[in-house]
Design a protein. Structure first.
Length: 112
């Protein structure tokens, strides 16, 4: 994961986070496995449905959003601690790229 911090006027701070493709793919796979444990799909025991069947059952968009949410939650705490930032509120989140098979990029905007 790489990130850049851009401090602006009026106590506004932007953090751009770039997650490499391989890290995003691993997180996507972990989220898919987590959904698969509880999914009830006709013809398959829970946890035993093939990935493509599970993806179509859960929905590709939902899996992408859950993966993005997981990665943002995971990394934002580390970044805020490392940069010694104390936001007053939850960030505004602008996703720049979110698709399977490519790096993940997001912009977080805080008021400090």
């Amino acid at each position: 994961m790489q990130y850049t911090v851009n401090r602006q006027e009026n106590h506004k701070t932007e953090i751009k986070v770039d997650v490499p493709k391989d890290v995003f793919e691993k997180a996507y796979g972990d989220i898919l496995v987590a959904f698969g444990k509880d999914a009830k799909i006709a013809g398959f025991r829970p946890g035993n449905a093939p990935d493509d069947v599970l993806e179509s059952h859960v929905g590709h968009a939902k899996l992408l959003n859950e993966t993005a949410s997981f990665l943002v939650s995971k990394h934002i705490g580390e970044i805020l601690k490392k940069e010694d930032l104390s936001p007053l509120d939850s960030p505004q989140i602008a996703v720049h790229s979110l698709s399977k098979g490519s790096p993940f990029s997001v912009m977080l905007i805080f008021i400090l």
